[in-house]
Ligand binder design. Structure first.
Ligand code: AMP
Length: 219
């Protein structure tokens, strides 16, 4: 299966994609996680990406497309989280999938109203080692600042700080909403209301891709 998860920053794409990947065995491809890995390793791409990411701007399409292309044909299936974010990326994805002979099965749009997004982003934190997300209000790590899963440091992302958040929202409206229109014009989009507890949203997401509440596809 090839699934694209679309939605604004703070919609819960990472949390849900991680969970769905665990229950289905699909490969979770998060361009944000990949880029944070490049930044942490100090690679050329990481050095370039960091300045864009800290401001909440998008990293250039050419860098993103070459970074993700080799993973797209994974026979285990892929769950795309945070990609495509521009129409140019969506067209490149179509082309790569056409060549791999594996079209997109579902595009899922997770919608959340802006006030709720800002509330979520202002309390969000992330493990710097394994990227597990936390909400410091509703689901903090058991030991403050320490990841429950791997013991790594749990910190607020630089791009979840207020100035970067408002830029990310604008970037989403200007560059990523057109991707939603691109897929809607083909009738490919399943809408889910991503308000609720992570369990409730996971149930809606699983149902929307025909995977039942366990997240495992029924066929
Ligand atoms: P995310 O973790 O998905 O919120 O991504 C964090 C940041 O990484 C974004 O604000 C962008 O700066 C960059 N990024 C992630 N995915 C992409 C993409 N598909 N295209 C361009 N930049 C991206």
């Amino acid at each position: 299966m090839r699934i694209v998860l679309l939605g604004p920053p703070g919609a819960g794409k990472g949390t849900q994609a991680r969970r769905l990947a665990e229950s289905t065995g699909m490969n979770h491809l998060s361009t944000g996680d990949m880029l944070r890995g490049e930044v942490a390793s100090g690679t050329e791409l990481g050095l370039l990406a960091k300045s864009y990411m800290d401001r909440g701007d998008l990293v250039p399409d050419s860098n993103i497309i070459s970074m993700i292309q080799i993973h797209i044909g994974d026979p285990a299936g892929v769950l795309l989280d945070g990609f495509p974010r521009t129409v140019v990326q969506a067209e490149a994805l179509d082309e790569a999938l056409k060549q791999a002979g594996t079209p997109i099965d579902k595009v899922v749009h997770m919608s959340v109203d802006t006030d709720e997004l800002i509330r979520r982003l202002s309390s969000r934190a992330l493990c710097t080692d394994c990227q597990t997300p936390y909400n410091l209000e509703s689901s903090p790590p058991a030991v403050p600042g320490k990841c429950d899963r791997c013991g790594g440091a749990v910190v607020v992302r630089d791009d979840d700080k207020p100035e970067a958040v408002s830029n990310r929202m604008n970037v989403y409206r200007q560059l990523t909403e057109p991707v939603l229109h691109y897929y809607r014009s083909r009738g490919d989009v399943v809408e889910i209301d991503a308000i609720g507890t992570p369990d409730e949203v996971f149930a809606k997401l699983s149902q929307s891709i025909g995977a039942g509440n366990s997240g495992r596809p029924s066929n």
